[in-house]
Ligand binder design. Sequence first.
Ligand SMILES: Cc1cc2nc3c(=O)[nH]c(=O)nc-3n(C[C@H](O)[C@H](O)[C@H](O)COP(=O)(O)OP(=O)(O)OC[C@H]3O[C@@H](n4cnc5c(N)ncnc54)[C@H](O)[C@@H]3O)c2cc1C
Length: 394
Amino acid sequence: MGKLSAQEFQAYLKQIRELTEGTFDKMQKEIEDTNVFPEEFYQLGIKNNLYRCSLPTEYGGWGLSELDILKVQEEFSRGPGGMRMHLHYAMDLNWRPLYDFGSEELKAELMPGFQDRSVFTCWAVTEETGGTGADIKTLAVKDGDDYIINGEKYLISHTDCCNYAYVTLLTDPNADKDHRLSTFMVPCNTPGYEVTPMPHMMGCRGSGHTGLKFTNMRVNKKYLLGKEGDGLHISIHSLSVSRVHIAASNLGMAQRMLEISLQRAHDRVTFGKPIIERQAIRMKIADMAAHIHALRTMVYDFAKDYEKDPNGEYIEEKAAMCKLFSIQVTKVCGDEMLEIFGGVGYFEDCEYGPTERLYRDSRAMWLEEGTPTVQRITISRQTIKHGGRLEYLD
Ligand SMILES: Cc1cc2nc3c(=O)[nH]c(=O)nc-3n(C[C@H](O)[C@H](O)[C@H](O)COP(=O)(O)OP(=O)(O)OC[C@H]3O[C@@H](n4cnc5c(N)ncnc54)[C@H](O)[C@@H]3O)c2cc1C
């Protein structure tokens, strides 16, 4: 299937919103307890082209622009956080490292599988025993055409539904800090690959988090992405785009928070008047709307830059800014939503929408793809380099 017409794309966005706020919202009630997606969820994802639509056309995708991908992302982010986490990953980080850095042989073998989820990955960077980046301890030692890998990862999403794992690890502890790491796309059925359990999370239920343990795991060099020593660059490049997908997720959540707050404020009458007529409530609505508008502008601006040049000078900086600011937007909108709702907003099954679940689910955004501190470190480094000015492309 080639590109969609503008009309077809609008119809598709509507379809995704209906799916999200209808079937997905209903399905989530059980998932909150089981913490596992039913097979029906994956099948609905396939049927509604959610694994396919962001892929390049040569691998069965629709070749959507980055802006259109982010608009799809915004729609399904209005729904349950765990499903958002899975689909947000499926639309970007799932396939992009292979597409951008894999050998032609590996791409020919695996890229077509993403469209129907016959290939699905996890992204394994974080470790319990050190910081992310140059502090990683998992080690690969070369042995002929193979690498022998030992180490452990934790807090890793999608480990219950993937058949490959992108693993970032040390290949040369003595190299300079920019060239110590490498990234492999490891088949999960490799002997020595083990999934280790973790407790349930505060929100985003269903999105399967565990640890991973690698014991003398032998992986052929064909699974190395890029060259040895490229791991840090691959992480930074891949996460830059993915951080904007987190920002689009926050946009979808915040937009829903605002819309249900408006409905409630129209309906709730105190002292003879709907609370929407009170100035105190209107100030909250204004703050929510202004934050959402500013975020949407940032996300769309990033998309424009990215379409011009995915390796552009301001990509990393703007992506980190989008993610950092988007957390603030969900924080403001989540707080204001709960104030506007009063007591009923604190309960499950609120008739206007899942207020308490939205609030819980949104907290994952602080951590996914790096904490606010990490975003600030990235932004300040780039801002100093750029002398304090960003450029805006026409
Ligand atoms: C829902 C969820 C999904 C996740 N999915 C994945 C996944 O799929 N793959 C994956 O690899 N990881 C995943 N993670 C892990 C996530 O990326 C990390 O939790 C996050 O990057 C923070 O790292 P940490 O937990 O090790 O915190 P820590 O590194 O322990 O940080 C704790 C605090 O110290 C600060 N800090 C740490 N180091 C420094 C420093 N050098 N300077 C200043 N401040 C510092 C941090 O900003 C933070 O505030 C996930 C986490 C969550 C909650």
